[in-house]
Write a protein that binds this ligand. Sequence first.
Ligand code: FES
Ligand code: FES
Length: 151
Amino acid sequence: MKTLTINRQQRELDSPDDTPLLWVLRDELGLTGTKYGCGKALCGVCTVLVDGAPRRACITPLAALDKHAVTTIEGADSKVARAVIEAWTALDVAQCGYCQSGQIMAATALLESNRRPSDADINAAMDAILCRCATYVRIRAAIHAAAEALA
Ligand code: FES
Ligand code: FES
C-alpha cells in the first residue's frame, strides 16, 4: 500500500510497486489529462509534477512516490499554473493539444523557480517535451506572457 497526495487529495493505492504513475493516473483514477506518448521517457508528454518538479509519469513507479505529492493538469490551479493556462489560452498555443498538459506542467515548474526566464532558460526547461505540431514558438511566447502577468 502506498500513500500519495494527488492533486491535494490523499490516496491509498495498492497496485504493484512497479506500476507506472501514468497507469495509476489514467486507469485507476480517471485522470486522463496526462497523456501517453512513447512510454520510454523520450517525448515528455506525460510530464506531471512530483513535489513541484517535472517528472515523467510513464517511467516513475508507484514505489518511488510513497508520501510524495503529485500534481497533474487536473490539479494545476496554483497562482502560477493559472497564469500559465491563461497565457496559453490568450496566445492560442495548442494545436492538436496532445502534448500540452505536459508542456503546461513543465512551464509551471519553470516559473515557480524562475519568474523571469530568458529564452535560453525556457529552451533548457522545455527542450525535452516534444510537440508534433511544433508549437514551440507560441509556447515560449506564452511563458514570457505568464511571467509578465506574474511580475
Ligand atoms: S510518454 Fe512519458 S516520456 Fe513519452
Ligand atoms: S499541440 Fe499537437 S503535439 Fe503538441
